[in-house]
Design a protein around this ligand. Structure first.
Ligand code: TYM
Length: 325
């Protein structure tokens, strides 16, 4: 069984990435699993090359710091020749309409148009690159937050279509979404997900934030004037988000949390302590790895080598069946 997933270095890792993805990958990982830093996906909007490089390195360190085995991580661009090849094959399998239906593309391109910034073709085709990531590695399961489930669905469609048209090359992957904290929300604006590429960071908790900063951001989290400590996501989204975060950190159901607190302030203090303790070991280990450049380079090179070896036969089969190899 191969579980496979990735994270894009479009910013520093957030608590949402940690609870919704990285922590789960580390806890539930099996010997066949593979996780990666999708730096190629970080190029779909204006970006700074040096920053992309540094963040990719930081995220690689964070994956290992969170407990994922060092020989089960790699950086996507280290497999650029293989992925470029497979992306083209899959682009010629995917219809324009299918790509245009992707909610994330629709949202992001609408935002860019409002801001009068160009929408890159890479933003449009990136779900196909994501399908190439998944299908190249023969993933059986792709654990993702619910924001990525539609992209995994596209990978399933393309795998089935390729297999049906040209012959069996790919495993049809399944998306797996975590039961708790599938979507951690921005503390300042609970209508939005907590996003590492958000421009305004007041409501975003980063894995690398120092405890004091985490505490301050949580204290300022938007709640409501109702003063009712209950788990009601529709009526009290800000409060529900805090309850879900605390639940995810403590392992208790979010519905059971309110009974333990008598005020929003008391709850926020508990959330802050839980988040600080949850992130502390990851932050400290990430720093250690970043300080040990030789070890991190070794992990990266080995990861790339293993991921390339694991996928070579699948790419060769796909090329042969597609008539280009
Ligand atoms: P990315 O970098 O946006 O997010 C990485 C993972 O974190 C989850 N996530 C969240 N979970 C809970 N609450 C949040 N606020 C939150 N924000 C993000 C995401 O669901 C994701 O699981 N395109 C992908 C990376 C990727 C990929 C792949 C994943 C590239 N190729 C192939 C799986 C398979 C992305 O940008 O994730």
């Amino acid at each position: 069984m191969i579980r496979f997933s990735g994270i894009t270095p479009s910013g520093h890792a957030t608590l949402g990435n940690h609870l919704g993805a990285i922590r789960r990958w580390a806890r539930e990982g099996g010997p066949g699993d593979l996780y990666f830093v999708s730096d190629l996906h970080g190029m779909t909007s204006a970006y700074h090359p040096q920053r992309l490089r540094v963040r990719a390195r930081e995220l690689l360190a964070t994956l290992v710091a969170a407990g994922i085995e060092a020989d089960q991580v790699f950086v996507q661009s280290d497999l650029l020749p293989q992925l470029g090849t497979l992306t083209w094959i899959l682009e010629c399998t995917c219809s324009f309409g299918e790509a245009a239906r992707m909610t994330q593309f629709k949202e992001k391109s609408a935002r860019r148009e409002l801001e009068a910034t160009p929408v890159r073709v890479g933003l449009f085709t990136y779900p196909v690159l994501m399908a190439a990531d998944i299908l190249l590695q023969g993933a059986d399961e792709v654990p993702v937050g619910d924001d990525q489930a539609q992209h995994v669905e596209l990978a399933r469609t393309l795998a089935r279509r390729f297999n049906g048209t040209f012959g069996e090359a790919f495993v049809v992957p399944a998306a797996v979404t975590p039961p708790a904290a599938a979507r951690v929300r921005d503390l300042a604006n609970p209508a939005r997900k907590m996003d590492k590429s958000a421009r305004d960071a007041v409501g975003v908790l980063y894995v690398m934030d120092e405890p004091d900063l985490l505490r301050r951001k949580i204290k300022r989290a938007v709640t409501d004037g109702l003063g009712r400590l209950e788990f009601r996501p529709d009526e009290q989204p800000g409060l529900a988000n805090l309850l879900e975060i605390l639940a995810a950190c403590t392992g208790k159901p979010a519905r059971d949390v309110p009974a333990e607190y008598s005020s929003y302030a008391e709850l926020k203090e508990a959330v802050a302590e839980a988040v600080i303790e949850e992130l502390r070991p990851v932050r400290e280990r990430t720093k250690e790895l970043l300080d040990d450049g030789v070890e991190l380079d070794r992990i990266r090179a080995r990861g790339a080598e293993l991921a390339a070896e694991r996928s070579a036969h699948r790419l060769a089969t796909a090329r042969r069946l597609a008539g280009v190899g």
